[in-house]
Design a protein around this ligand. Structure first.
Ligand code: ACM
Length: 504
């Protein structure tokens, strides 16, 4: 059977036969969260889910059993298809099976986001993390601060690629989602049992906001009124000022965010905040003294703690990149671990919830093969097989009570060198399929995994499903001519890839 992700248990009931579309469903909480039992027989299909999500995931499995054409938007044949008669019992390994789309660096129109919700759901992935704000763009309408999108959602031009020679796309770039667009995305995702997690990145990665409202920046060390939405990439020294006014401003932003996104987690970023301006800023230094903090890391931790408490008081939980561990982690905060496994291990051992997304394993903006034809040379090489062998729980935590704090994992797609939907498809697929199996199925340790069998299932069925879905994936033999980006420079990482076994 060519199912992906592989279910936990399959029993063949003998033979196969026509399936006319008759599906009976029911919910039995004893089956377990997101779990399902699917029975396909000559009498049709029966799905019992532990909850509605379980029924929905069971339907996705049934869809795969009915053949690749089930993934087209309309049937192309009349009459019943042939299905194998089976009983399947299945449940996910992790509760958080996520994908992050960076819609800040390159805006992805609403329809493309909705399409990604469908693609996630087809692979039993259940979290769509939208990176909504960054130096290069602010993508969410905030009604009380209209300049965030009037000014912050647009940039004059865009650096093409990353490295030498310096190339520019001189077209202005931008776009944003209205609150109604986002409500639609949230509702569409909820119907497919996908939770949308919004990210409002602070105190770094904030130049688009500062360009819109210069008082948000460190006005005592930089002329923030002269700042524009950033057109280049990289870690940026223009960060938010650690003032009460900035806290109040972002509380206002988050109030509107909470009204749109009903999920438990709100992502506040916290990554790559340059401390250069705070070191030179009399205002920031006075704040450090006044609060009795040790240094600028303490100042960042103070800001994160503020929003941790603010969100907790409203019944939500803060999640942030693993830099939020520096200077002391806020009490209820969850950590998204992107720099090796180290921060995630420390956070899990301290009792915090962790989502593992190490860039050394599952950053999908990184190239998927060696070779000059691969667009765009960036990061480490993460092949389909590498992603298939991704293991969210490192050996140091495996078998300990702390392993339960790894609530899941996420594949992240940053878009500095990924400018539109076809580039997103190319970077995400087929690797997101391998990721889906790594976070849903009960697989052996990375070295023991049967990649040949996964590849066989890809070749005999799943590429055909992706074709039916209209996904512009990277073919196994390399990019099609129009998928290449000759001449666009990139930036490959020099250090060797760190593996799961070396994680502790
Ligand atoms: C990140 O990749 N800066 C979280």
């Amino acid at each position: 059977m060519n199912l992906i992700p592989a279910p936990r248990r399959i029993e063949r009931n003998g033979g196969s036969g026509p399936f006319g579309g008759d599906v009976r469903t029911g919910v039995d909480p004893a089956v377990g969260p997101e779990a399902y039992r699917l029975v396909v027989s000559s009498g049709g299909a029966e799905i019992v889910g532990g909850d509605d999500a379980g029924v929905f995931w069971g339907r996705q499995t049934l869809r795969q059993l009915t053949g690749p054409d089930a993934f087209r938007r309309a049937p192309i044949e009349r009459g019943p298809v042939t299905v194998p008669y089976v009983t399947i019992e299945d449940r996910p390994r992790f509760a958080w099976r996520g994908f992050m789309l960076d819609v800040a660096r390159h805006f992805l129109p609403k329809d493309d986001v909705l399409r990604y919700v469908d693609l996630l759901a087809a692979h039993k992935l259940n979290v769509l993390h939208l990176h909504l704000t960054d130096d290069q763009g602010w993508r969410i309408e905030i009604r009380r601060y209209p300049r965030l999108t009037e000014i912050g959602a647009w940039r004059k031009r865009t650096r093409m690629g990353w490295g030498e020679p310096v190339l520019w796309d001189e077209r202005p770039h931008g776009g944003f989602y209205t609150q109604d667009d986002l409500r639609e995305i949230v509702a569409y995702a909820a119907e497919r049992h996908v939770t949308v997690v919004p990210e409002i990145d602070l105190p770094g990665h904030s130049q688009a906001a500062i360009a819109a409202y210069p008082e948000l920046g460190n006005t005592d060390v930089v002329d923030t009124a002269a700042l524009e939405v950033m057109t280049d990439w990289g870690i940026n020294r223009n960060v938010l000022a650690p003032t009460d006014a900035v806290l109040r401003f972002y509380e206002g932003v988050l109030e509107e965010v909470l009204a749109i996104f009903p999920g438990q987690f709100v992502h506040i970023g916290g990554d790559e905040c340059s401390k250069e301006q705070w070191r030179g800023s009399p205002t920031a230094q006075a704040r450090i003294r006044e609060l009795g903090l040790r240094d600028e890391d303490g100042l960042q931790a103070w800001m994160i703690r503020h929003f941790d408490r603010w969100l907790a008081a409203r019944g939500r939980r803060l999640i942030g990149w693993d830099e939020i561990l520096e200077g002391g982690l806020a009490e209820g905060a969850a950590v998204m671990c992107w720099r090796w496994y180290r921060g995630g291990i420390a956070a899990a051992e301290a009792g915090h919830s962790v989502v593992m997304c190490p860039q050394q394993e599952v950053y999908l903006d990184h190239v998927q093969a060696h070779g000059p034809e691969e667009p765009v040379p960036f990061g480490w090489v993460h092949t389909l097989e590498d992603v298939y062998r991704f293991e969210p729980v490192p050996p140091r935590l495996a078998g300990t009570p702390h392993a339960a704090n790894i609530i899941g994992a996420q594949a992240n797609l940053w878009t500095e060198v990924v400018e539109n939907r076809s580039r997103v498809d190319y970077q995400a697929f087929p690797r997101l399929v391998a990721f889906a199996e790594a976070v849903w199925s009960e697989l052996p340790d990375p070295d023991e995994r049967d990649f040949d069998d996964f590849e066989r299932r890809m070749n005999t069925a799943h590429y055909a499903r992706l074709d039916a879905l209209g996904v512009g994936y990277r073919p196994p033999g390399g990019p099609r001519p129009w998928q290449q980006r000759p001449g666009v420079p990139g930036r490959m990482h020099g250090k060797p890839r760190r593996t799961w076994r070396m994680a502790d």
